[in-house]
Design a binder for this molecule. Structure first.
Ligand code: HEM
Ligand SMILES: *[C@@H]1O[C@H](CO)[C@@H](O)[C@H](O)[C@H]1NC(C)=O
Ligand SMILES: *[C@@H]1O[C@H](CO)[C@@H](O)[C@H](O)[C@H]1NC(C)=O
Length: 510
């Protein structure tokens, strides 16, 4: 009889055992805690809790890293600054993808844009164009659009001095006008209403709940109505932007080579990278290896429209609402403006750096009301966070809203206290303080931060410096409803109505 130790069977058995142990060890890592789900459907019964408020509530029960199983999709919500750091900094490459459903893929020309492109070479190229060209401080035209449109708004307010103004609608119109002008210049200005309708339909479709996303087999029941709406929405966008792009191509052809580039809009800027209808190259001094298709350009324009309109408007409206709710803070800000600038001249952007308290109030607004309350990321690979397993393709949501109101980090978290940002160790929003992430952090953070902040600060400063504000007769600050609406952004659920009265001693001059 051979000795057992020499038998090859033993070695095969040992190798088998080794693999088995490894598999078992890996499987032992469990998902983050979360509510128990039903078979097949998982936690689909909680689908209405997938908002910043719903997830904040669940996090109180299950902790800073929370797992939900929605049909076939894993959802992980991070609700503390440590978890946000883990996802956006420590393992940022794993979590740099974006989730996209059928509607988003279709409406972004199969993710030909930047905001929904997965992390990779295409995204990197488009991000470079946006950061270095479109949103850069050097591109004076974008910043001029902000200034000019705000001046127009101030004029409107002067005309309505003493009467009730729908501040919410006014600032939404303002930011739409800003992005429209920055993107298209003076083209098709008369078609703006049509474009706003297209944007609104897109916004609804982006946010629409589509069951087939979570349960593939539901496709079997068909969803003709929804698909038809998607097709219609993209058709009207095509009709609109194709004309604008064609007009820009014509303009470019008819121009001399020594064009100075003044009052170029964003579409002009993007046309420099246009690869032409049949891949023929446009011969431009700026040519580089970056090439954009027509679909890329259309989708990027939509990114700017979506990224830059509602976010900024929501921030301005919330700032004004918090100040109407906290009149002593309003007085403090207005006093600072009067002390630093005086009431004998208009506010000028160079004054901003001398207004520390005002700037803290803007930060405090973004803490309490981050315009994008949930950052949406997707895992590109299996990973382990804080000892829990997060499988590939999980949707990872960072709850910026919950983090900004975390009582273990912020004192009196639900109160509007700009003074907290005056302290020297106060966090900043540049992305390295994970308890305050209104613009996100890392690779996917907001490329339009400077521009967005500029528009917000300039608009609010003008409104507070040039006007006194009170609520309409019969409304007190205690009556103000602070609920928000949840979509891609979280604007106030009802529009703010307030009464401005011109307070400068100089006549208005533009
Ligand atoms: C107060 C104003 C704004 C706020 C609070 C804001 C906030 C954000 C946040 C939180 C993200 C996602 C970060 C992440 O997922 O980690 C984001 C992404 C983005 N924002 Fe903004 N934003 C603002 C203004 C703007 C403006 C003015 C533009 C353009 C003109 C813009 C364009 C974008 C784009 C294109 C992305 C996607 C970036 C990517 O996926 O690589 N944003 N923004
Ligand atoms: C936005 O533009 C439209 C059309 O040019 C104009 O009627 C409206 O007053 C503008 N709104 C604001 C707030 O500037
Ligand atoms: C592009 O311009 C260069 C000179 O500026 C010229 O030599 C070249 O032939 C042009 N290419 C095309 C495809 O027109």
């Amino acid at each position: 009889m051979d000795c057992l130790l020499c038998s090859p069977i033993l070695y095969i058995f040992l190798i088998f055992l080794w693999y088995l142990v490894r598999i078992l060890l890996n499987r032992n890592l469990s998902f983050p805690p979360g509510p128990r789900g039903y078979p097949i459907f998982g936690n689909l019964n909680l689908r209405n809790e997938l908002s910043h408020r719903g997830l904040a509530k669940l996090a109180k029960q299950y902790g800073g890293l929370l797992h939900l199983q929605m049909g076939r999709i894993h959802i992980v919500a991070a609700s503390t600054s440590e978890m946000a750091r883990e996802i956006l900094q420590v393992q940022d490459v794993v979590f740099a993808n974006r989730p996209a459903n059928v509607a988003i893929s279709y409406l972004t020309y199969n993710r030909a844009d930047m905001a929904f492109a997965n992390y990779g070479p295409l995204w990197r190229q488009m991000r470079k164009i946006c950061v270095m060209k479109l949103f850069s401080r050097k591109r004076a035209e974008s910043w001029a659009s902000v200034r000019e449109e705000i001046d127009l708004m101030v004029q409107t307010l002067i005309e309505q001095s003493g009467s009730s103004v729908n501040v919410g609608e006014l600032v939404f119109a303002l930011t739409r006008n800003i992005t429209y002008r920055a993107a298209f210049g003076s083209f098709a200005r008369d078609n703006q209403d049509k474009f706003v309708k297209i944007l609104q339909e897109f916004s609804k479709l982006f946010g629409a709940f589509d069951i087939t996303e979570f349960l593939r087999w539901m496709k079997w029941f068909g969803n003709r109505g929804f698909n038809k709406r998607l097709e219609n929405a993209r058709e009207s966008l095509d009709g609109f932007i194709d004309r604008i792009i064609d007009a820009h191509i014509d303009k470019k052809k008819s121009q001399k080579q020594d064009h100075d580039g003044l009052d170029d809009d964003m579409v002009d800027e993007l046309m420099a990278f246009y690869s032409g209808e049949n891949g023929e190259r446009c011969n431009d001094s700026q040519s580089s290896s970056l090439r954009l298709t027509r679909d890329n350009i259309k989708a990027l324009v939509m990114d700017v429209m979506f990224g830059g309109t509602e976010t900024v408007a929501s921030a301005i409206e919330w700032a004004m609402t918090e100040l109407m709710k906290n009149p002593h803070e309003l007085r403090k800000l207005q006093q600072e403006l009067a002390d630093v600038i005086g009431l004998n001249r208009q506010f000028h952007e160079s004054d901003l750096e001398n207004l520390p308290y005002f700037r803290c109030a803007m930060k405090e607004t973004l803490r309490l009301h981050p315009p994008i309350p949930l950052l949406l990321h997707e895992a590109a690979a299996d990973s382990v966070v804080s000892g829990y397993s997060i499988p590939r393709d999980s949707r990872v949501m960072i709850n910026v809203y919950a983090i900004g109101r975390d009582g273990s980090v912020w004192s009196e978290p639900d109160e509007f206290r700009p003074g907290r940002f005056m302290l020297c160790k106060a966090p900043d929003f540049k992305g390295s303080d994970f308890e305050f992430l209104p613009f996100g952090s890392g690779r996917r953070s907001c490329p339009g931060m400077q521009l967005g902040l500029y528009a917000m600060e300039l608009a609010v400063a003008h409104m507070l410096h040039s006007f006194d504000w009170k609520l309409p007769d019969g409304v007190s600050s205690g009556d103000l409803d602070m609920t928000d609406m949840f979509g891609l952004t979280a604007p106030r659920a009802t529009r703010l109505i307030a009464v401005p009265s011109y307070r400068l001693k100089c006549p208005m001059a533009i």
